[in-house]
Design a protein around this ligand. Structure first.
Ligand SMILES: Cc1ncc(C[n+]2csc(CCOP(=O)(O)OP(=O)(O)O)c2C)c(N)n1
Length: 194
């Protein structure tokens, strides 16, 4: 028997017929659409390349984003310039969209002498203050409390910035998820949980 999916509560722009619904179409400027599509292709190609480099033993490890390119780039593009991103470990595409040069990113992936984190983090744990991009953290879920704390501080300082935090569904089993949600709810922090 074929499973019937009910999508009543899901907002979609492109319907099963491939046509955009004018009611939900965000009507992004053409140049924005092209830029985002280019970054999606870049992310996919880089992902493929980094997996090969990892399998060859040239880089230690790489956690990819195959099939998640739009979920990562769309929200990053929707944020304002002063908003911060708190990555899980699949969001290098958002970091490149934010403007980190490819060389700087690859220096971190190789953990070479030019790596901006200078050995204080492992390779594949990219971060960058100029890009308002918090560090990848190894223990699952830690970025959630970091994002809540950071956005709480921003609220106390009167900044208008928002923090967006990425995490997988496995992270919802971590205490960080519950602690983060609790503090965000009590102190009404400007945090987007994704
Ligand atoms: C506290 C902790 N436990 C276990 C791990 C090992 N680990 C790394 S990724 C991962 C799976 C996480 O799944 P999810 O949060 O759903 O994200 P996904 O990788 O599926 O995007 C685990 C268990 C870890 N990094 N930290």
């Amino acid at each position: 028997m074929q499973t019937q999916f009910v999508l009543d509560d899901v907002v979609t722009v492109i319907g099963p017929d491939g046509v955009a619904d004018p009611a939900t179409d965000p009507k992004l400027p053409g140049e924005t659409v092209v830029k985002l599509f280019k970054h999606m292709l870049l992310t996919r190609q880089l992902d493929e390349r980094l997996v090969l480099l990892q399998r060859q033993g040239r880089i230690g490890f790489h956690i990819g984003s195959l099939g998640e390119e739009a979920c990562i780039l769309g929200p990053a593009a929707a944020l304002g310039d002063d908003d911060w991103l708190w990555p899980c470990y699949r969001e290098f595409g958002a970091l490149l969209l934010r403007g980190m040069p490819m060389q700087t990113y690859l220096d971190n992936m190789y953990g070479n002498a030019n790596d901006a984190v200078k050995g204080r983090q492992m390779p594949d744990h990219y971060s960058g203050r100029p890009y308002k991009f918090g560090s990848v953290s190894s223990p699952i879920g830690t970025q959630i409390t970091q994002a809540v704390g950071f956005s709480w501080a921003a609220k106390m300082k009167g900044d208008k910035s928002v923090s967006l935090v990425f995490f997988g569904e496995g992270a919802t089993s971590s205490s960080e998820f519950h602690n983060g949600m609790n503090f965000a709810g009590v102190y009404k922090t400007p945090t987007v949980f994704l």
